[in-house]
Design a binder for this molecule. Sequence first.
Ligand code: XMP
Length: 514
Amino acid sequence: TVLVVDFGAQYAQLIARRVREARIYSEIVPSTMPVAEMLARNPKGIILSGGPSSVYAEDAPAIDRALFEAGVPVFGMCYGFQIMATTLGGTVDDNGAREYGRTPLKVTRSGSTLFEGTPDDQSVWMSHGDACSAAPEGFTVTASTDVVPVAAFENDEKKLYGVQYHPEVMHSTHGQQVLEHFLYRGAGIEPTWTTGNVIEEQVALIREQVGDKRAICGLSGGVDSAVAAALVQKAIGDQLTCVYVDHGLMRKGETEQVEKDFVAATGARLVVVDAEKRFLDALAGVSDPETKRKIIGREFIRVFEQAQLEIMQEEGPDVAFLVQGTLYPDVVESGGGTGTANIKSHHNVGGLPDDIEFELVEPLRQLFKDEVRMVGQELGLPDEIVQRQPFPGPGLGIRIVGEVTKDRLDLLREADAIAREELSAAGLDREIWQCPVVLLADVRSVGVQGDGRTYGHPIVLRPVSSEDAMTADWTRMPYDVLAKISTRITNEVADVNRVVLDVTSKPPGTIEWE
Ligand code: XMP
């Protein structure tokens, strides 16, 4: 394991991913973790991340000197570099020598461990106020910039390395190479971590955890729950029952993907609950987005719990585990934790105890999204599931502006299917993060189609490009693809006489319309 010590901001997750891209397992720990606790995890290397602070700020996070004296190779980046410098007796000045963005770096010692085989002049991504002017004793300066005399240093004997810039971002042209030099050459770690190992390891762990008891997994149609279920299925076979609640708000073909393709690929036992009518009845007359979300969430839990109870009645009290597709970013963002939480299920159906306690099985807790996709692929899940773009839990229910009815859902499903088909045909699936297709059911406009005037509804296309859905920009899509989608939707979908493009970034617009 390589530990990535998190000094705040968003850098640590990216570094951890880059380490895994180098096929070495990595974990993020907070900078407040005592050094003894870090060392107790037997790390083969430690990386100190960047962070938003100045080492001179009053509340600047510090690091115990013992970390550098434990014989574990350490690589400091940006703030991690500066904290390394000051802790070990180097000098960092608050002298206005700031650099932001792409910066030319001069490698002054090409035979160095970090820079071996990389060009003397390279472009790196900087983001700092203070600057290191003198390396600690025993360190060799290996690179500089026009502004910063000490932009990288190393002490090969003690296996301590540092760079002022951010090697983890793609704008640092040789960043990954430099990181790998630390991992392979500096720390001497073998790149052996693969998704194949993950599957083997998780299968063993799941078997140990569940034993001869039984587990339930709710499938949503999304990547995470499908991969989690497939992994648990591989481990315990028919001791797992999957539940899919068909709320009638899915897109065209998605329910079939779960019912047929998922089952064909995994051999899982699947209970499909057809709850379309129940959801539509509950949504009747409701237009307010938050109310819709609440209703859909509430009904979902009720239906799922009812299914759980039926499975328990059939299979007995051995049903003790609930599988969830929690990912590593969720774990990091909720402050770590040990992964042994229990959840209580309250229900209102007679015949069984009031609280059922399930132990959670969360086999994806260590993985990033792209790794989950790789695991899914390796487990033989079809691309339609593994490469699926994000789709909200409340489904098309929040893509109809106005009341949700069966007719409107059917209409939107057709329009959405056309858009998806054309986007895929144009090879835009990777470029586009997701493309909600929205029906403005409460809006009508005049059109002319064939011989007469029409008074139909508009469909909105909302293609966005994003890294993480926190921010997004509207995708500059080729006009001919837009034209094709527009022509097909207005020709093929009754009651739609207009297609409009949403050209709003996020913020201020959210990705979804409701
Ligand atoms: P917004 O619309 O807030 O969406 O920009 C950000 C991302 O979250 C998805 N989304 C949801 N996902 N349940 C979900 O599971 C929800 O209620 C929900 N609302 C929005 C949205 O599709 C986008 O990827």
